[in-house]
Design a protein around this ligand. Structure first.
Ligand code: FAD
Ligand code: NAD
Length: 477
């Protein structure tokens, strides 16, 4: 049977913002027939971010790590409404979300209001630039699929331009200098993938300039991967040295122009020196900043006046100062790192919570209905009604109260190039730090198993095989 399309007036309207890790994990496990579910996101697909760095060099094709959200909803008993739009503001007093279609093609209506009874904010975060001049205009980010496609295009543009007849030596060096700012996992994984690309494909296909290709990673702190254990940090830095990736630690970028980066480096004796680094491609990976929609919501809730890094939530992920708004993932401040692992567990938690709430409410409503009928018409079928009330009460007792959200850290993994990875894996009550080629195989199998669907798993496996057999596709489209 076709799912019901019109909203059911007897059910609450649950509006979910975003189609990332948090929101999609919630939607995957939610019994959608309990609510009128409306999903709003400028992106009509889920993106498996852990493999995004591999798309920048064409090791993996971008569509292999995307899953259309409409296919997630297709087999649901109740229809889920999806609007491809950005939530531009939320009015918590009127309980409406204002949404805007900012896509290329627009109809007569491109802005409207969506009323909600319950709202889940899972809009993620945007790229931090710390207001550093020139960053937005001159660098590439690595958050969305479009970012990876742009980087892939630009890398090859730099290579082909460097190979142009008559190019000066100085210009060749600049064009082939790829600078990555930010030594967190995003910057490290991208630098590793890029060096692999130069070693495995550019050396073979464009040998005349390959020896001038250079990757530099700039990090403001004394080391890269600050959230990993000491042993893995050292292993990563040594591996980068072997791979000939330059790592400039204690170096903070202060200014960016179209061809150079200006940074302040702290020398071992504590003195500071300003250095200018010419680049062909600049990738900016310095972490997260709060999205405007989240800032707007924070400004409308008195209890959020001290929130700086996102929406402060309580142990049930309810946005503090509200009763009907929840937040998950990178836009929520619950005391955990902004990772896919956290967002997914939060989404799963909310699905259980909402499924439970719906069951409880339905049973309570039935008990209320039966008790009223007993009071109105005592005697008529009263034994049946009393039995059913007892049954409902028994079921209610069986529905366990959901305990507050508790995050279980399963470990951190990062690819560092030349078929090596680092892993801090939680094991019983301890931590195991592992690295090298076996860890790389573990990294691959873990990410393959975490892919959203069997279709994604198959596509990613084929991409890996294809690149192994024929090399990466360097066509610039
Ligand atoms: P997202 O997944 O970013 O989703 C946000 C959603 O909200 C998107 O669908 C977006 O389109 C939508 N949205 C944005 N604005 C609006 C709006 N105004 N209205 C409605 N919708 C909106 N974490 C790990 O644990 N392991 C990893 O290996 C890992 N690798 C990563 C690699 C890269 C390159 C990057 C960038 C991140 C990686 N992360 C990893 C971090 C992880 O991707 C994030 O923590 C995770 O995506 C957060 O989930 P989220 O649902 O909060 O946000
Ligand atoms: P991050 O916040 O982890 O790291 C950003 C780095 O940029 C910091 O080390 C910071 O010191 C540095 N930085 C900031 N400003 C700078 C400047 N002006 N000059 C030089 N360096 C500067 O950011 P990320 O790597 O994008 O990660 C974001 C989140 O996503 C994190 O929670 C991370 O754990 C998660 N993530 C996880 C994985 C993984 O598990 N494999 C991969 C990617 C991202």
């Amino acid at each position: 049977p076709q799912p019901q399309v019109q909203p059911d007036p007897t059910k609450k309207t649950l509006v979910v913002l975003g189609t990332g890790w948090g929101s999609v994990s919630l939607l995957k496990k939610l019994d959608t027939e309990n609510y009128n579910v409306v999903v709003i996101s400028p992106r009509n697909y889920f993106l498996f971010t852990p493999l995004l760095p591999s798309c920048t060099t064409g090791l993996i094709e971008h569509r292999s790590i995307m899953e259309p959200v409409r296919s997630i909803f297709q087999h649901r008993k109740a229809a889920v409404k999806f609007y491809e739009a950005e939530a531009s503001s939320v009015d918590p007093d009127r309980k409406v979300v204002i949404i805007t279609d900012n896509s290329e093609i627009q109809g007569d209506t491109s802005q409207t209001e969506i009323p909600y009874d319950m709202l889940v904010v899972g809009v993620g975060a945007e790229n931090a630039t710390f207001g550093i001049p020139g960053v937005r205009e001159n660098s590439c980010f690595l958050k969305e699929i479009g970012d990876a496609q742009l980087i892939r295009k630009k890398i090859m543009d730099c290579v082909e331009t460097a190979a142009f007849k008559g190019q000066t030596e100085e210009e060749i060096k600049r064009l082939l200098h790829m600078v990555v700012v930010g030594g967190g996992p995003t910057g490290v994984e991208f630098a590793g993938e890029l060096q692999d690309f130069f070693e495995q494909d550019i050396k073979r296909l464009v040998p005349e300039i390959a020896d001038r290709c250079k990757v530099t990673l700039i990090e403001a702190l004394p080391n890269v991967l600050p959230s990993f254990s000491r042993q893995l940090i050292e292993y990563t830095e040594n591996t980068f040295k072997e791979e000939k990736i330059d790592v400039l630690t204690k170096t903070m970028v202060k200014n960016v122009s179209d061809k150079t980066v200006e940074a302040v480096a702290t020398r071992p004796d504590g003195t500071k020196e300003t250095i200018t680094i010419p680049y062909g491609l600049l990738v900016w990976a310095t972490g997260n900043a709060v999205r405007p929609i989240v800032k707007d919501l924070i400004s409308k809730i008195a209890a959020q006046k001290d929130s700086r890094r996102g929406l402060a939530v309580n142990e049930y992920l309810v946005v503090q100062g509200t009763r009907d708004i929840w937040a998950v993932g990178d836009c929520a401040v619950a005391g955990y790192a902004p990772t896919a692992q956290v967002a997914a567990q939060e989404g799963n938690f909310l699905a259980r919570l909402f499924n439970n709430m719906a069951k409880t409410e339905a049973l309570e409503a039935r008990i209320h209905e039966l008790s009223s009928s007993l009071n109105l018409k005592p005697g008529t079928n009263s034994a049946d009604a009393a039995r059913e009330i007892e049954e409902c009460e028994r079921k209610l007792r069986r529905i366990k109260d959901i305990k507050p959200f508790h995050y279980t850290h399963q470990g951190s993994l990062a690819y560092i190039g030349s078929e090596k990875a680092v892993a801090d894996v939680s094991w019983w009550n301890g931590n195991i730090a592992s690295h090298g080629s076996m860890t790389y195989l573990f990294w691959r199998s873990a990410y393959l198993s975490m892919c959203f669907s069997t279709r994604n798993r198959l596509l990613v496996s084929i991409d890996w095989l294809k690149s192994k057999m024929f090399g990466r596709d360097i066509s610039r489209e």
